[in-house]
Design a protein around this ligand. Structure first.
Ligand code: ZN
Length: 650
């Protein structure tokens, strides 16, 4: 019998108590398991945020809580309440249901197919058209009734609808009425705070004219949500919009480090993209930042009894059916960028966004269209301006792009980047910001330490399990197993492992279903991979502790130990593994380890500068990069454990 507290919150999908995640665009709270399914659907279906581990704009959290408390969930489950559907046996998921397939199927039906949303009966030809719904939305947003608006949006009302008679959009109305939550909801659905009405006034103007200054400030913030999030991802701070600062372009300590061909090609093509394509790419990168950050939160908040199951992994951006297949492929390729490459891309996008918005007077004469306004990247893409005739930017990010000219790839861009950076004087404010950023990266380290110690706990547990099995097999009850023992009992032990109920067996991670992997018989034993992973993890933990205690001179020795462990791990695998997944994980592992070493070397005090080296912004960025590399290494090692286990169980 479960003792559920009265009035306590329950998961909107399976009724487990104490949900820890929210879906911002659905206005519901969900449990960890259901959240993993939400994530696999993609942000166009559900935008998840952790209730306590994700930073929230307070008014957005307020909006979600209001929706949830007022029963927004019934919008998505409307027809389930119908007696007819109860008769037919349709029901929502139970806490006891398995994630796969039960909860996952229900969640897909509920949010992807909108299978249980109430379809309004049409009174006449006009009443259920998007236009009619949008008009209803336009008049509803002046009231505080959020659920009505969410219901209208769920039925197809357009957040950016321009009312032909009133001459403005729903967001103008909400802003004028000071309806903060309505404004939050509309912008989640893509409403543009910078859209002009017939007189040229924006919702921001309306809010200010009506004296709703906090709302006006928030709307400005929403307007810069995309670039703010990218900057925050890299350097842990956001521009001070109230004081007219709209962009921060972080600087990589060393941008001359080799990039992969994929990253070089993306970098090169970025500047020549039309504004439309640039905006698409920026949105895709935003989604990838969200994926990476949510992954980190996810890992930091799991209790790790299930750490290595596939349900915890969203290896790349899920397909958005509204996008072309080339764009979807391009989005998925972003996952292949290592920390350094991704940071480079993000910085390039930030500086290009700034250049495109501020005008073309600065550097590149090639882009002369400056009307681009980066808008909130809102949830369900209901943007009717989407133009599918244009080629996708992905043609850009192709692996096969052989005609690269690294020399010319650097000229313009590098110059414009320099000019963005050169005008930043070091002030008291700057110093304060560095301090804040350091505090933030410390919090990140804490998180990672937790991830890591959980990972090693789990590995120890697995090792014990496998060790025990091999011991039984070898007629040896001693818990310590040496390499020789492990080597000669391989095949039989694999048979045993299968029955050990390893959670990876039932997973559905697409990447692991690589048919080629089946025929790859030369993978190392699970025990060896786990052992090496544990070694890597131990060293990463040490490195993160050094980072936390600002012991920068420990970075290099730590990185070297990690590099050794990584090389040993890589040596376990065949030179040319047949499986793409193995190849990808190995590439991430070794390239991150190399990258880590070069980042750590930057942290080492220069012989000539002596021990009194001050902690500049560079050091803070280096630390960020070090952490990200460490994270990539841990992730790759975990992937290898998962893959090997799965393959050896087959
Ligand atoms: Zn749930």
């Amino acid at each position: 019998m479960s003792k559920r507290l009265r009035n306590s919150e329950v998961c909107a999908d399976c009724s487990v108590s104490d949900p820890r995640w929210a879906s911002v665009n659905r206005g519901v709270l969900v449990c960890d398991e259901c959240c993993s399914v939400h994530r696999s659907l993609g942000r166009h279906s559900s935008q998840v945020r952790h209730l306590t581990h994700t930073p929230w704009p307070p008014t957005q959290l307020q909006m979600v809580q209001t929706l949830y408390n007022n029963g927004a969930n019934s919008i998505w489950e409307h027809t389930l309440l119908d007696p007819a559907s109860i008769m037919s046996g349709k029901r929502k998921a139970n806490p006891q249901d398995k994630v796969h397939p039960n909860k996952a199927e229900f969640i897909r039906a509920k949010y992807q197919m909108l299978a249980f949303v109430h379809r309004m009966p049409c009174r006449d030809d006009d009443s259920c058209t998007a236009k009619d719904l949008s008009k209803q939305l336009h008049s509803s947003v002046r009231t505080g009734n959020l659920e009505t608006c969410l219901r209208l949006l769920s039925l197809g009302a357009q957040a950016n609808f321009f009312h032909p008679e009133k001459g403005n959009t729903p967001l103008h109305v909400a802003a004028k009425a000071g309806q903060v939550s309505q404004a939050e909801l509309l912008t989640v659905y893509g409403a543009d705070p910078g859209a002009p009405d017939t007189s040229g006034y924006t919702p921001i103007d309306y809010a200010r004219q009506a004296g709703h200054h906090d709302l006006a400030d928030r709307l400005v913030e929403i307007q810069y949500e995309l670039t703010d999030r990218l900057a925050f991802y890299l350097c842990g701070r956001k521009p001070d919009h109230k004081n007219g600062e709209h962009f921060i372009i972080p600087q990589l300590a060393d941008s001359s480090v080799d990039l992969s061909e994929l990253a070089k090609a993306a970098k090169k093509k970025l500047q020549s993209l039309s504004n439309h394509l640039f905006e698409e790419l920026a949105m895709d990168v935003y989604d990838e930042v969200d994926r990476r950050e949510t992954d980190a939160v996810w890992l930091a908040t799991q209790n790790h009894s299930t750490l290595v199951t596939e349900t915890t992994v969203v290896p790349f951006l899920p397909v958005n059916p509204e996008y072309s297949s080339t764009r979807n492929q391009g989005r998925q390729k972003l996952a292949r960028f290592n920390a350094h490459e991704f940071a480079t891309l993000v910085i390039d996008i930030l500086s290009d966004a700034k250049r495109r918005q501020l005008g073309n007077s600065v550097t590149s004469p090639r882009v002369d269209n400056v009307e681009l306004i980066l808008k909130s990247v809102g949830g369900c893409p209901v943007d009717d301006r989407q133009d599918n005739d244009q080629p996708d930017y992905d043609s850009v990010a192709s692996d096969e792009d052989g005609d690269l000219d690294p020399a010319s790839g650097k000229t313009d861009r590098a110059k414009s980047l320099d000019s963005d950076l050169s005008d930043s004087p070091v002030s008291v404010q700057e110093f304060q910001e560095v301090k804040n950023a350091l505090a933030l990266s410390e919090a990140k380290i804490q998180q990672l330490l937790k991830v890591n110690s959980n990972l090693s706990d789990e590995l120890r547990h697995m090792q014990k399990k496998t060790t025990k099995q091999s011991s039984i097999l070898d007629g040896d009850y001693d818990n310590t197993v040496n390499d020789a023992e492990l080597e000669d009992s391989g095949a039989a032990r694999r048979g045993r492992l299968r029955s050990s109920g390893w959670p990876g067996e039932t997973g559905s991670m697409a990447e692991l279903d690589d048919p080629e992997a089946e025929s790859d018989g030369s993978l190392p034993s699970t025990e060896d991979v786990i052992r090496k992973t544990e070694q890597i993890t131990k060293n990463i933990q040490e490195l993160l502790r050094a980072a936390q205690e600002n012991k920068h001179d420990s970075f290099v020795p730590c990185a070297e130990r990690i590099h050794v462990a990584v090389s040993e791990m890589a040596a376990l695998f065949p030179k040319k593994p047949r499986s793409d997944t193995v190849r990808g994980a190995l590439r991430l592992l070794t390239s991150s380890a190399q990258r880590l070493q070069s980042e750590c070397r930057k942290a080492a005090p220069m012989p000539e500068s002596g021990p009194g080296q001050s902690l500049g912004p560079d050091m803070q960025l280096v630390t960020q990069q070090v952490i990200q590399c460490a994270y990539d290494i841990a992730k790759a090692a975990k992937q290898l454990v998962t893959i090997t286990t799965k393959e050896n169980n087959n």
